[in-house]
Design a protein around this ligand. Structure first.
Ligand code: ZN
Length: 130
């Protein structure tokens, strides 16, 4: 994933991966792309945001100065997100087989007092979710 002036590694941070996921929920009817300008107008909670591959007028971008979901939406519309990971049956199967060991690992963290019972349950629920 390489677009705008961003270092490619920026997109591997967990906070960025969350925004890539949120980007997928932006409704198409709220997005107007201007391909020749590599820009978009995206309707959001506080009005219409002016989006380029390097900036956005939303609060998230203003506060973090890192790609927000609107920038990712524009990048996606312009074809820059083609190399997002694709589901792999083989990798998914290996993960599923590793679940009992993963759960044991968090069980040990719970029993040692490193994590709360609530956190343990949330992690196990997430691991066992579809
Ligand atoms: Zn934004």
């Amino acid at each position: 994933m390489n677009f705008g002036n961003w270092d490619e590694n920026v997109h591997n941070d967990y906070e960025q991966i969350k925004r890539i996921a949120f980007m997928q929920r932006i409704k198409p009817e709220n997005v107007t792309v201007f391909p020749e300008k590599q820009a978009a107008e995206i309707v959001g909670r506080d009005g219409v945001y002016d989006v380029t591959l390097n900036s956005c007028t939303c609060h998230d971008f203003e506060a973090r100065q890192l790609p927000c979901k609107h920038i990712y939406k524009l990048a996606s519309e312009l074809g820059y997100l083609e190399d997002l990971p694709k589901p792999s049956r083989k990798a998914a199967k290996a993960f599923k087989e590793s679940l009992p060991a993963e759960i044991d690992r968090f069980k040990e963290l719970y029993f040692s007092g490193a994590i709360s019972i609530e956190k343990f349950n949330k992690i196990v629920n997430a691991l066992l979710s579809k």
